[in-house]
Ligand binder design. Structure first.
Ligand code: ADP
Ligand code: MG
Ligand code: ZN
Length: 523
């Protein structure tokens, strides 16, 4: 019997305001415990909440980017429960009238591989990379799926309990209490741990493009709960779900869902029932553990927050917020495909990280650039840089070096302009792609320009026809059998001879010239 997982995610994102959701306390991270508190966020009797307008604007911005409907009326509700990290014994949230309802996120991923990663570049001869330029599909197929958004509502965060290293009892820090959160709830549309991972990557990219949050997971600015159930393949009805909490990274989400699918499938196969419950993920053990069952679940006794009067959000306000929407990742990818001739695959991989997309645009010369559709070349100050070639070098060689050195694109020792210099040297045949692979690590270590390194190392590609002719003659004389084979119609023999020429010139012969000259000399 085969089973199909059904997954829905609840993501809490901290909205990047200076002050809290209902008071003037700063949201700044790393303050002394309980420093950022006041009677409102500590829930003192008689204190009154006032809504932070900026938080509402950011919430609407996210909703509009996700294609949600922004509610006509704004209403808040009290979610009642007792826990020491919740000073008021209720959380101000939104129950039946969320600020944003509906919407969607499109996820794209490779069928075989979950994460978009470009494999090692082809033996990087310019010819190969150039011909790839013309291949619009890039040779890789992307699966595209639309995941529904149920709602995205505003609520305040709770405080934080500290248990570690404390003998008697626990300590509590209320600095987080009242920090604005947007809870983004997906429809149960995800069908694999990999899709859940891609959904989070896509959502984070959108949030970062919108500049509504830093999305720093270590600081708790992005948190995720995963709802997982399984059903027999081919059936309609959803199975009983478990909600998994305590997921501290996207990888943890993926791993926990994997574990949960297996756990639930095994239960059903053993003739037992999955119970609806909340479970905790333990990353060290790689397992989920029951936290509380449905019977123990809270009855939150939601009711309208009496201290915040409902009010109308005018359509003009909504349109004003809509005008502040920046170019979103999907729109940027479309532009990369249309203007720069990148494949869907390459465009998706570049835009998913905003800084990476910026780096790419800097390499090829950004806004001052004028595109030439026939060659897809961009004028860049003194450079002419092919977007496809630039994209390949960023995605294969540069990212590999950065990963190896645990650096990000922002902290890359090779700046965009320097990489443009390297790509330019390949473009104008000063060096071969093969040599360039040796140049980049040296640029990385020394901070020197590509030109300087090539000069210092004497790596300039030999394009001197005379010289190449001499080498070709020598190679033909030394390999009479291969020459004979080629003349007898064996094309591969030419490849071998070109290889010998490259060896003889330590990779410096221009491969295209070597090819042409050999061919001429052989017939
Ligand atoms: P709650 O308020 O108890 O968390 P919701 O109805 O808001 O419940 O659902 C929370 C999440 O659970 C949503 O993301 C939804 O898509 C998902 N979900 C609902 N039913 C299922 C199910 N049977 N299997 C997996 N996920 C589900
Ligand atoms: Mg829930
Ligand atoms: Zn306060």
């Amino acid at each position: 019997m085969s089973y199909e997982p059904v997954i829905g995610l609840e993501v809490h994102v901290q909205l990047g305001t200076k002050s809290k959701l209902f008071c003037n306390c700063p949201t700044e991270f790393g303050s002394e415990p309980n420093k950022n508190t006041c009677p409102v966020c500590l829930g003192w009797p008689g204190s009154l909440p006032v809504l932070n307008e900026k938080a509402l604007q950011l919430a609407m911005k996210v909703g509009l980017a996700l294609g949600s409907h922004v509610s006509e009326r704004l209403k808040f509700d009290r979610k009642n429960y007792f826990y020491p990290d919740l000073p008021k014994a209720y959380q101000i949230s939104q129950y039946d009238m969320p600020v944003n309802s509906g919407g969607r996120i499109v996820i794209e991923y490779e069928s075989s591989n979950s994460v978009i990663l470009r494999p090692e570049a082809e033996e990087s001869k310019n010819e190969i990379l150039r011909s790839a330029q013309d291949d619009k599909s890039g040779g890789k197929k992307l699966i595209s799926r639309t995941i529904g958004i149920t709602r995205a509502h505003l609520e305040e965060d709770a405080g934080k309990l500290l248990h570690e290293g404390i003998k008697d009892g626990s300590l509590v820090d209320y600095n987080r209490a009242g920090i604005p959160l947007l809870e983004i709830v997906s429809e149960p549309d995800l069908r694999s741990p990999e899709e859940a991972y891609e959904y989070l990557v896509a959502l984070k990219a959108i949030l970062q493009y919108l500049e509504v949050s830093e999305c720093n997971m270590e600081r708790g600015e992005l948190r995720c709960d995963a709802n997982v159930s399984v059903r027999k393949t081919g059936t309609e009805k959803f199975g009983t779900r478990a909600e998994i909490k305590n997921l501290n990274s996207f990888k943890a989400v993926q791993k926990a869902i994997h574990y949960e699918i297996k756990r639930q499938t095994d239960l059903i196969e053993a003739g037992e029932k999955v119970v609806q419950e909340t479970r905790l993920w333990n990353d060290d053990k790689g397992q989920t553990f029951s936290m509380r069952s449905k019977e123990e679940a809270h009855d939150y006794r939601y009711f309208p927050e009496p201290d915040l009067v409902p009010f109308t959000i005018s359509r003009e306000t909504v349109e004003k917020v809509r005008k502040t929407l920046p170019e979103l990742p999907s729109e940027r990818a479309e532009r990369f495909i249309k203007n720069f001739g990148l494949s869907e695959y390459d465009a998706a991989a570049l835009v998913v990280n905003k800084a990476l997309g910026n780096y790419f645009e800097d390499v090829i010369g950004k806004k001052s650039a004028t595109t030439n559709r026939s060659t897809v070349a961009i004028e860049f100050r003194d450079y002419v840089v092919s977007p496809k070639l630039a994209s390949n070098w960023i995605q294969s060689e540069l990212l590999a070096l950065l990963n190896l050195n645990k650096l990000t694109i922002e902290s890359s020792p090779v700046k965009a302009e320097a990489l443009a210099g390297l790509v330019q040297l390949i473009e104008n045949n000063t060096i071969s792609g093969k040599i360039a692979k040796d140049v980049l690590p040296l640029m990385f270590e020394s901070g020197k320009s590509a030109g300087t390194i090539v000069e210092e190392q004497g790596w300039v590609q030999v394009t001197d026809t005379k010289l190449i002719e001499e080498v070709a003659e020598r190679i033909i004389a030394a390999n009479p059998k291969s020459a004979e084979d080629f003349r007898a119609g064996k094309e591969q023999a030419l490849g071998f001879l070109v290889g010998q020429m490259m060896k003889e010139t330590k990779g410096k012969a221009n491969p295209k010239l070597a090819n042409e000259i050999l061919r001429k000399k052989l017939i």
